[in-house]
Write a protein that binds this ligand. Structure first.
Ligand code: HEM
Length: 474
């Protein structure tokens, strides 16, 4: 008992906790990273909060986050459990991937997903060919706007969603396709429901979930989205041929057919729907928001845009499509994309982790089961690393000779055991989509439009406020 008490005396400091609500009133849930930055200044790199009765520790700055996620990778690899998950099908041996507890089933599913993504397209179209093809469709749709002011969001979202569709369901949809529109709308509904205050509140007051009819009402959007996924999977099952793997769903069905042991390892029907829903959620808005940040910075920095145009003309020309091989010869474009990721800072507070066992960090005691927030924003804007942390400055990624360099504190995909599983795909999409669009167009701010805001708004991820642009063919 004395030993434990001594350990707790080294629990990280933090603001005073109020009865019942803890420290929740001090946090601006629309901008949690900004609230965290204030406490970071006051209490140092590691501070504690209390969400009602849940202990939360927030890690700040490159050194601290790296030490936790990389040097003490196992200790910080778990995810907190939220009671609302059960209402979208989360259960034993079926926890999806993003919020799965750190353990055997998560490991199996992550390994399988990574290797399926890596092998994807063997003997068929490679992932890169698919991205290039989609970039072509995106260009045609932008051309159809004929230089008029428009919001890029819808088209970019569709292009990025199509990549995930192509991986999971083996095909893309036309941007006007009714089924596709329905899917994207259901998906967006379900995301905003998940990010909403009510869902967050139910997670701290799960007893309310017992009120008859309430869960059905609150999770209507998520349920409709999962029902839609069921229909797509059912279609796959009807036409599935184990000899011929068309896509991720087929590869998963093949694992499922291996019997009881596979089922225990997480390869069961319920988990298939959760894993595919997770890939959609984790892989679409993230990439789409990053691209929108990149185009917003192009509107605000026309000089940077012209330098990219020059580099594209020199390395690729105007005729052939950009490929990933071009990246090494395009240090400036590469630096701009990285800087858009750093400055856009789309996952400012990452995803919540949980201490897998009692652990220590920089002399502080962090007990097993504590929710751990990695303030990735404080890493991407760490004043001890970046010369101009709060400005768009591509030179952060260039050495004195103009060659591309990547500082270690570039962590938009986080790090360690739970590092973003789709980072490689995301990097490919960012480079090919961005370079193809700039090869074809000059992006301009319409005269009658206000200067786009650079602060963004937070809803699970940090997105730019809506803005319009004009795309003039080059
Ligand atoms: C997790 C960022 C694109 C799939 C994450 C995490 C971050 C992140 C910060 C949390 C890591 C942690 O818990 O410490 C991003 C960014 C993207 C992007 C900035 C685009 C620019 C993608 C794509 C996919 C994807 C395209 C899918 C193919 C995932 C998955 C996880 C994850 C499955 C959960 C991994 C796990 O818990 O084991 N991502 N992501 N992400 N991401 Fe991404």
């Amino acid at each position: 008992f004395m030993k434990r008490r001594k350990k707790w005396s080294r629990y990280p400091p933090g603001p005073m906790s109020l009865p019942f609500v803890g420290t929740m009133p001090y946090i601006d849930f629309n901008n949690p990273h900004l609230s965290f930055n204030k406490f970071h200044k006051k209490f140092g790199n590691i501070f504690s909060l209390q969400n009602c009765w849940t202990n939360v520790v927030v890690l700040n700055g490159y050194k601290t986050v790296k030490e936790a996620l990389v040097h003490k990778a196992d200790d910080f690899a778990d995810r907190p459990y939220f009671p609302t998950y059960e209402h979208v099908g989360y259960g034993d041996k079926s926890e999806g991937i993003v919020v799965a507890r750190y353990g055997h089933v998560w490991k199996e599913i992550r390994k399988f997903t990574l290797s399926t993504l890596r092998d994807f397209g063997m003997g068929k179209k490679s992932l890169e060919e698919r991205v290039t093809e989609e970039a072509g469709f995106l260009c045609s749709a932008i051309k159809a706007e004929e230089g008029r002011p428009f919001d890029l969001r819808f088209l970019v979202n569709n292009a990025v969603c199509n990549m995930i569709c192509s991986i999971i369901y083996g095909g893309r949809f036309d941007y006007g396709d009714e089924v596709f529109r329905k899917m994207v709308a259901l998906f967006e509904n379900s995301l905003s429901e998940e990010a909403g205050f009510l869902t967050q509140f139910l997670n701290v007051m799960p007893i309310l979930l017992r009120i008859p009819g309430l869960p059905q009402k609150v999770f209507r959007g998520q349920k409709a989205y999962m029902d839609f996924i069921d229909v797509l999977i059912q279609k796959h099952m009807e036409t599935w041929n184990p000899e011929h793997t068309r896509d991720f769903t087929d590869a998963f069905l093949k694992e499922m057919s291996k019997g009881k042991e596979a089922e225990e390892n997480g390869f069961n029907y319920n988990n298939l729907r959760l894993v595919t829903a997770d890939l959609f959620a984790a892989g679409s808005d993230t990439t789409s928001a990053t691209l929108r940040w990149a185009f917003l910075y192009m509107l605000l920095h026309p000089g940077t845009q012209s330098k990219i145009h020059k580099e594209i003309d020199m390395v690729i020309g105007r005729e052939r499509s950009p490929t990933m091989m071009d990246q090494v010869n395009m240090p400036y474009t590469n630096a701009v994309i990285h800087e858009a990721q750093r400055c856009g800072d789309i996952a400012p507070v990452g995803l919540p982790h949980m201490a897998y066992r009692d652990t220590e960090l920089q002399g502080y005691f962090i007990p097993k089961g504590t929710t751990v927030i990695t303030n990735l924003s404080s890493v991407l804007k760490d004043e001890s690393v970046w010369k101009k942390p709060n400005e768009f400055y591509p030179e952060h990624f260039l050495d004195v000779n103009g060659q591309f360099v990547k500082p270690e504190a570039f962590m938009p995909f986080s790090a360690g055991r739970r590092v973003c599983l789709g980072a490689q795909l995301a990097r490919m999409e960012l480079f090919i989509f961005f370079t193809t669009l700039l090869q074809q167009f000059t992006f301009m701010l319409p005269e009658d439009q206000p200067r786009p805001r650079t602060d963004g708004y937070f809803a699970l991820i940090k997105c730019p406020h809506p803005f319009k642009l004009r795309a003039i063919p080059r």
